[in-house]
Design a protein around this ligand. Structure first.
Ligand SMILES: *Cc1c(COP(=O)(O)O)cnc(C)c1O
Length: 427
């Protein structure tokens, strides 16, 4: 047996975005309930980031657990090629009814990145099926994040994002500044016209760019994209993988912005953080380009675990909870708590901006020196918060109660203040 590593777990389990040689040992979680993670040594942490933004109803909501168990007893999995099942059919119909506009056609897969890949394939083939060739590139935006696979890396921010290393091996896309004012809007439109014959579609995260740095933009910015796309007949793709299912206070960001895309991707909170599931949803216009007597006009995609019944049952149960429980009001309450408790962070040394929207609270620093010690301090203080780049952010489960929320925010500020006092002294 090889025993060179001090942490036996790192011999075989290769962890995400992690330098395996220098990383501190990961914390073993043995159970989870509501907003709390319980560690093997008995400590409990309030989860401030909802397990990468998924666990909107808290851990182990009984309604979801029940639905999944019931589905496991019937059909845990069955292929969707040539066969169908009620959980997927119901979920597709419900998502179509809830989504803005006529995004009525739902294609399931297992991860967010793959749903973005499918959205890209839909847009490219939309043109091919109409006999128009050469439209294979996407316009995406600085600050954006759309996934970790080869095609999705190509639409992430090429410089600030985490994928600059792969620059030479990615499809070449067209990366623009968000059209936030008259000047950037003119440049964006000029770009669309200059490369007109090559562009398959425009892709953005609506209202909040998440993993690229928790940056906010306005409904007017999306309106500008919508108008520019309409004028040129270009599909507009919203990646709602982070914003979807209530995070900004409406079920989808598109709804809050009053702008409807032609294709929309969803994942993260789709199953309430229970099982992996994602979908690319297309409008009638996009879908109609595939509706044909020609087999070759079909969308050539089909993940093995597409529409997994247990995952669909979890998602259906999650949608039940949005109907039965006051989730969006809870998000509004979280937003009010951020407005009340986050502003004092503005005088912490090193802080350059403090902002919030819906159930997202952000403290932007000039940098995060000694970030591992900051992470350890959060854990020591009983909260689970994972800063990245120069961002410390909170995205709690929507069900968090007032006192836990206050503890989470105030602890986050106190720990950050203490740590900043050591690393930004005299600045
Ligand atoms: C997380 C995320 C993705 C990627 O989803 P995975 O399930 O991790 O592949 C894509 N787009 C956005 C906006 C995301 O937040």
């Amino acid at each position: 047996m090889k025993t060179s590593s001090p942490d036996p777990a790192r011999q075989h389990l290769w962890r995400p975005y992690t330098q395996m040689k220098t990383t501190p040992a990961a914390l073993p979680v043995v159970s989870a309930e509501g907003v709390r993670l319980r560690l093997a040594d008995g400590r409990e942490l309030i989860d401030g980031i909802s397990s990468w933004w998924t666990v909107c109803h808290g851990y182990r909501h009984p309604h979801i657990i029940e639905a999944v168990k019931d589905q496991l007893d019937r059909v845990p999995h069955v292929m969707l090629g040539g066969l169908t099942h009620d959980p997927a059919e119901r979920l597709a119909a419900r998502l179509a009814a809830l989504a803005p506009g006529d995004l009525n056609h739902v294609f399931f897969c297992e991860s967010g990145s793959v749903s973005v890949e499918i959205a890209m394939k839909m847009a490219i083939q939309y043109w091919i099926n109409q006999g128009i060739h050469g439209r294979t590139r996407f316009v995406a935006f600085r600050g954006g994040y759309h996934g970790d696979t080869i095609a999705t890396m190509s639409v992430c921010d090429p410089d600030e994002g985490m994928h600059s290393l792969f620059a030479g091996s990615l499809p070449r896309q067209i990366i623009a500044d968000l059209p936030v004012d008259a000047d950037s809007r003119a440049r964006f439109e000029a770009l669309l016209d200059a490369q007109a014959g090559e562009i398959a579609g425009v892709m953005t995260e609506p209202l909040v760019q998440g993993a690229g740095g928790m940056k906010f933009h306005t409904p007017e910015t999306l309106q500008a994209m919508r108008e520019a796309c309409d004028a040129r007949g270009l599909p507009l793709i919203f990646d709602e993988i982070m914003t979807g299912f209530g995070r900004l206070g409406t079920l989808f960001a598109a709804e809050k912005a009053g702008v409807t895309p032609d294709i929309m991707t969803v994942s993260k909170a789709l199953t309430g953080g229970t099982l992996p599931l994602a979908a690319a949803m297309a409008s009638k216009t996009i879908f109609n380009a595939f509706w044909s007597d020609e087999a070759s006009a079909a969308l050539m995609h089909g993940p093995t675990y597409m529409g997994n019944p247990a995952a669909c049952a979890a998602a259906n149960a999650s949608l039940d909870l949005f109907e039965r429980e006051p989730r969006l009001q809870q998000v509004a309450a979280i937003e009010r708590a951020f407005a009340r408790l986050l502003p004092p962070a503005r005088d912490i040394p090193g802080v350059v901006d403090v902002r919030w929207q819906g159930a997202i609270g952000v403290i932007e620093m000039s940098g995060l020196p000694a970030v591992e010690s900051l992470k350890a301090d959060f854990v020591e203080a009983g909260i689970w918060v994972r800063p990245f780049n120069n961002i410390i952010y909170l995205m709690p489960p929507f069900v968090i109660c007032d006192s836990d929320l206050e503890t989470l925010i105030n602890t986050c500020l106190a720990v950050t203040r203490r740590w900043a006092g050591q690393h930004f002294a005299g600045v």
